[in-house]
Design a protein around this ligand. Structure first.
Ligand code: GDP
Length: 456
């Protein structure tokens, strides 16, 4: 499972920048660095203490590559827990690629995606959830998701899951002691106590799963559709939220009234936004296609921004739209607040969970929309520092643990032996420890690091 050869990769983005870095990790990192780097002081990397830097030149068989600063880390006090050298030169793609090739010629192997972090995990520098959080931190797009990833990086998910596993471990130990040593003076495990304790564990796991849904919205954004009858200001709202008509606005081809899509960030929330055709009954075959598409998008989106023109009275079409979207997560957008109001806003307020007055033309009210989003999606209530499970792998482990604990509860109810309940508890513990990495199989570890980028 663990290869201890020396690996190297470019750790900065594949783009031009001020600085480019090639990282080397493994037993021969210092010797390899000494073949490609020559310090001005004449000091070799192998002679340099940990957390020290050297200034000098990078070179290969063809000659000098660039000037560079080299940082040295001694095992185990490094990111991977091995000897590590970071060669930092100017951030030109040609320069870093040539430096990497020189390292490989000197005996390093090209690192696999995530291999540095995988080594950190295998060397006990971090747990599996902490390693996964490294990737989430890199891809975080807002302060909430970055904070959740940072907390996970610092062990919050591990502690939370371990808290649940510890409850189960205590139950399992109590159960084993009581059934294995009937003659000893050990506290009796009653059906009521066990039921109560297992129900509490189920409650904790359900809460963890609920927070996952919110965390997912923070990381990946929420699928959102803008609906409303024609001319209420849907496209104007779309353009307001997108900034100007940006190049990433895509038009799905092959439709006569296109759905316009964009991913935007409003405050701390990412919206995967779709502007649709005006919803109304129509005989026009061309418009019909657009309305059909809009209806389909309405079904598949999570969040609905329903736009109304406050300068006109509510029409029958507006009321039909309100009927169609009732009981769903909706923000009623009372648009054209800059014009004289003729609309009965109360009618809308009674039918949707949130209402925001805006002027899509001037941008007034966008902050209120942002606050309404946080509130409706329960994001403002989530404590991102408390450890939110971060991916489908972790979620599947909690689901599995929950399912077997529920089986244990059913076994108790059915009056089965406590042994049978103990088996369920132990299976749940295994799932949770697989989540934290303490009992993860090789396949699980491979799966985790496969989604990393090269150089991390
Ligand atoms: P859609 O058919 O729902 O996409 O509506 P549009 O975005 O095309 O807007 C219809 C008309 O309303 C256009 O003339 C817009 O300029 C106008 N409009 C949109 N939002 C506002 C607003 O907030 N205030 C005012 N005064 N006019 C607006």
């Amino acid at each position: 499972m663990y290869e201890n050869d020396t690996i190297a990769a470019i750790s900065t983005p594949a783009a031009v920048g001020g600085i480019g870095m090639v990282r080397i990790s493994g037993e021969n990192a210092f010797e390899i660095a000494d073949q490609v780097f020559c310090s001005v002081s004449g000091k070799k990397v192998v002679e340099t203490g940990g957390y020290r830097g050297l200034y000098g030149k990078l070179r290969d068989g063809q000659g000098e590559i660039d000037e560079a600063v080299t940082f040295v880390y001694h095992a185990p006090k490094s990111y991977t827990g091995e000897n590590v050298v970071e060669l930092c030169c100017h951030g030109g793609l040609y320069l870093v690629k040539r430096t990497l090739r020189a390292c490989i010629a000197a005996g390093a192997r090209l690192a696999q995606p995530g291999e540095f972090t995988k080594r950190a995990f295998l060397n006990g520098k971090m747990g599996l959830t902490e390693a996964e959080a490294v990737m989430d931190l890199i891809s975080a797009q807002g302060s909430h998701s970055a904070q959740a990833a940072l907390s996970a990086r610092e062990g919050a998910v591990y502690r939370k899951i371990h808290g649940v596993a510890d409850q189960l471990l205590a139950l399992s130990a109590g159960l084993a002691a009581w059934t294995d040593y009937p003659d000893e003076d050990i506290e009796e495990v009653s059906q009521e106590n066990l039921t109560e304790a297992l129900s509490k564990v189920c409650g904790d796991m359900n809460q963890i799963l609920k927070e996952y849904d919110t965390g997912k919205i923070l990381r990946e954004g929420v699928d959102t559709v803008i609906v409303g009858r024609p001319n209420v200001g849907k496209s104007t709202l779309m353009n307001l939220l997108s900034g100007t008509q940006k190049s990433i606005v895509t038009q799905i081809p092959g439709t006569t009234r296109d759905i316009v899509e964009d991913t935007i960030q409003l405050g701390d929330v990412i919206l995967n936004l779709a502007d649709t055709a005006g919803l109304r009954e129509t005989d026009d075959p061309v418009e019909k296609v657009g309305v059909e598409l809009a209806n389909r998008r309405l079904d598949t989106s999570y969040l609905i921004l329903a736009v109304f023109d406050s300068s006109e009275e509510l029409s029958q079409e507006d009321k039909e739209i309100l009927e169609k979207i009732k009981d769903r997560p909706v923000i009623g957008i009372i648009n054209k607040s800059d014009l004289q109001r003729r609309m009965d806003v109360e009618y809308i307020r009674q039918r949707v969970p949130k209402v925001v007055e805006i002027s899509a033309a001037s941008g007034e009210g966008t902050e209120a929309l942002s606050a309404a989003l946080l509130d409706l999606l329960s994001i403002s209530k989530v404590d991102t520092s408390a450890g939110i499970i971060a991916n489908e792998r972790q979620r599947a482990c909690v689901m599995e643990a929950l399912s077997v604990v529920n089986q244990g509860l059913q076994a108790l109810k059915a009056g089965e032996t406590l042994d049978a309940v103990g088996v369920c508890i132990d299976a749940a513990i295994d799932s949770l420890l697989s989540l934290t990495g303490e009992k993860a199989t090789e396949a699980v570890v491979e799966q985790v690091f496969a989604r990393f980028c090269v150089g991390k």
